[in-house]
Design a protein around this ligand. Structure first.
Ligand code: SF4
Length: 218
């Protein structure tokens, strides 16, 4: 059975995609963007190796609790294209009878032109892709994107219906989610430039740490 290495999963996710979603953060990223907020996802040998069946059980549980979509991020999901394709193919088959249909949003640091055949096959299963490296020198207010170069690509009718009005949206406030986690506290979303350092300063000012953060090497 196919396995995939993940950093974590979470439900509900409300800050990466529309509605209430199941989130999967894949472990391992070879792209090493300067300023990445998720250094803990880079090492391809850490995280947890889970079967696609296990991941599907978690997805089914999220669906039963009202998930309206799935967001796959990382790490670099397309660094594991085979298992990702197996997982997304199975997710696709679980949603055919569901109304409204849950959508699949996939983040990748690659540009479409960089993908090999296996990566293209996995990426094709997403309704919507967010593509491109995080470039700290190109801050943005675009919804669900970390930098201005990142493109939101609508690949299916469902993706176009659900996301077309959101592609160019620049909300006054970026949606962010703060969640307790066995490792401490997780921030979900695409914080604007300066947000994480302000948060860290605020926590220190109140004597709340943090001892370590995922956006700076330990
Ligand atoms: S921003 Fe994304 S693509 Fe870039 S290093 Fe971090 S996890 Fe990898």
């Amino acid at each position: 059975m196919s396995t995939i290495r993940v950093n974590r999963t979470h439900f509900p996710v409300t800050a990466l995609g529309p509605g209430t979603r199941f989130g999967v953060w894949v472990q391992g990223c070879p792209l090493a963007c300067a300023g990445c907020m998720s250094l803990d996802t880079w090492d391809a040998d850490t995280g947890a190796e889970v079967t696609v069946a296990d991941l599907l059980d978690r997805w089914a549980d999220a669906l039963a609790r009202g998930a309206g979509g799935i967001t796959v991020s990382g790490g670099e999901p397309l660094a594991q294209p085979g298992p990702l394709r197996d997982f997304l193919t199975a997710v696709d088959s679980t949603r055919s009878d569901l109304r409204p249909a849950p959508d699949i949003l996939l983040y990748t640091g690659y540009e479409l032109t960089e993908l090999n055949d296996a990566q293209r096959a996995a990426a094709a299963l997403a309704d919507v892709l967010v593509t491109g490296r995080f470039l700290a020198g190109q801050p943005t207010r675009l919804l669900w994107r970390g930098s201005a170069n990142q493109r939101m690509v609508l690949q299916t009718d469902l993706g176009r219906r659900r996301y077309a009005s959101l592609v160019d949206l620049t909300p006054d406030r970026t949606p962010l989610q703060v969640e307790p986690d066995p490792a401490g506290v997780r921030i979900i979303g695409t914080p604007r430039r300066g947000t994480l350092s302000r948060l860290e300063r605020g926590l220190r000012h109140r004597g709340l740490g943090p001892e370590a953060v995922t956006w700076r090497p330990e």
